[in-house]
Design a protein around this ligand. Structure first.
Ligand code: FAD
Length: 392
């Protein structure tokens, strides 16, 4: 998702680009079951995806806008409600299947004559030499590039081969995902209940069903994955306080281990890391890919500026601008998520009291609440031009 976004952004500016991808993305057909992997796409990400002309493709396939967000704590009466109308915008974001995002981006990339799509191909080796990086593919072909961008996810081969270390710590949780159908409509709301064992989110989908992300300590997550369907439905209803009534149907389940990772460097001469290759965070605020898309937009802008100023697009001086720009923002989000996770996983009575009182307090303070939300939605902050709103 992140790599294709950068390829589209730079491809539109006549850079010559090769995208190497191991797996051929497939389109969805109307009536297909919903994919298990979805993303809550923020307003700034929407803007970026609009600027690379991929947004309409997503809307034409499947994307569910949501106007409300409801967050509450299982250990008290604390709750907070966000409403798009309070911010004067049409929605707080969209829930979109990752497959839809990837395919709609690919569709745009394939229309750009200066972008080569090398797929299915795998990067198996890289040799870095200042001005020319040599990339060996699994079919033994070698491509050379002035700038190599690692957008190859959490276990980035590019990052590893470049010898860039990561600072990492497991959250000791896994996210269990599934698609569920309840007898009550989701009311165009993204729901999240904080349980002591981890947050449980119900994210709205177009046909009234929800994609759930249930983060739980490893052992509990394994149990949730392995239990039979009827038991799982009972546990889920309890954990969600029957908020959307009876759960009538549940898809297959999958689980993803959650690890906080941050690359010690995002750049070297001739190399940049973006998206999950540079950082991974807890999905509790649905920010991972949104941060990655901001990386892509910031790197595109940095490279374009360098070209306009007649500077080397792959020099360390140029690329460091991108790193300084994005590292601060990503770190802030990363540490906020770790803080939230610890705060909400703690069952101490005093903390529970403070937490619930805090949620209710912020909920009652319109301007503070709106400020928080505007930042999370990417409506403000040090945004790349591509991410800035032209009006929703
Ligand atoms: C349960 C869960 C829920 C989430 N929910 C949200 C959410 O609501 N909102 C949000 O913003 N984020 C969310 N995230 C995070 C989000 O999924 C990631 O941040 C996002 O997938 C990262 O995108 P990416 O393009 O950087 O990397 P990836 O999606 O990992 O893509 C990397 C690509 O590189 C390819 N690749 C890897 N190695 C090679 C190689 N050697 N050669 C060729 N190709 C290669 C892979 O095939 C893949 O296509 C969630 C994460 C989890 C686990």
């Amino acid at each position: 998702m992140v790599g294709l976004t950068l390829a589209c952004a730079l491809g539109q500016q006549q850079f010559k680009i090769a995208v190497v991808e191991a797996f051929q993305p497939a389109d969805i057909n109307p009536g297909d079951d919903y994919e298990l992997r979805v993303s809550a796409i923020s307003k700034s990400s929407q803007q970026i995806l609009q600027n690379v002309n991929a947004w309409q493709g997503m809307l034409n396939r499947r994307a569910c806008a949501y106007q409300h967000m409801q967050v509450w704590d299982a250990t008290g009466d604390g709750n907070i409600h966000f409403d798009a109308a309070d911010l004067g915008i049409d929605s707080l974001g969209h829930i979109i299947e990752n497959k839809v995002i990837q395919f709609s981006l690919l569709e745009q990339c394939l229309q750009l004559p200066n972008v080569d799509w090398l797929c299915p191909q795998q990067v198996i080796d890289i040799s870095f030499s200042g001005n020319q990086q040599k990339i060996t593919l699994n079919n033994a072909n070698i491509i050379t590039a002035k700038l190599l961008v690692g957008a190859d996810g959490a276990n980035s081969k590019v990052r590893e081969t470049a010898g860039i270390d990561i600072n990492q710590s497991p959250y000791e949780q896994k996210a269990v995902v599934a698609v569920v159908k309840s007898n009550l409509h989701h009311k165009d709301t993204a729901w999240q209940r904080f349980l002591p064992s981890g947050p449980l989110a119900f994210l709205p989908l177009g046909d009234g069903s929800c994609s759930i992300v249930w983060s739980a300590e490893n052992q509990r997550a394994d149990e949730l994955l392995e239990m039979d369907e009827a038991t799982f439905i009972n546990e889920l209803q309890d954990a969600f306080e029957n908020t959307l009534g009876k759960i009538e149907k549940v898809s297959q389940r999958a689980a993803f281990p959650l690890v906080r990772r941050h690359a010690n460097e995002y750049v070297k001469t001739g190399l940049a890391l973006i998206g999950d290759a540079a950082h991974t965070i807890h999905p509790l605020a649905g920010q991972g890919v949104n941060l990655g898309l901001l990386d892509a937009a910031a790197l595109a802008e940095t490279i374009l500026q360098a070209r306009v100023q007649g500077k080397d697009i792959a020099s360390l001086t140029t690329l460091r601008k991108y790193e300084r720009w994005r590292r601060a923002d990503n770190s802030l989000m990363m540490y906020s998520m770790s803080g939230f996770k610890s705060l909400f996983s703690n069952e101490q009575t005093e903390l529970s009291f403070v937490r619930n009182a805090g949620l209710n307090l912020v909920n009652g303070l319109g301007p503070v609440k709106n400020k928080l939300m505007r930042h999370a939605l990417g409506l403000e902050g040090d945004l790349p031009e591509m991410a800035k709103s032209t009006g929703w």
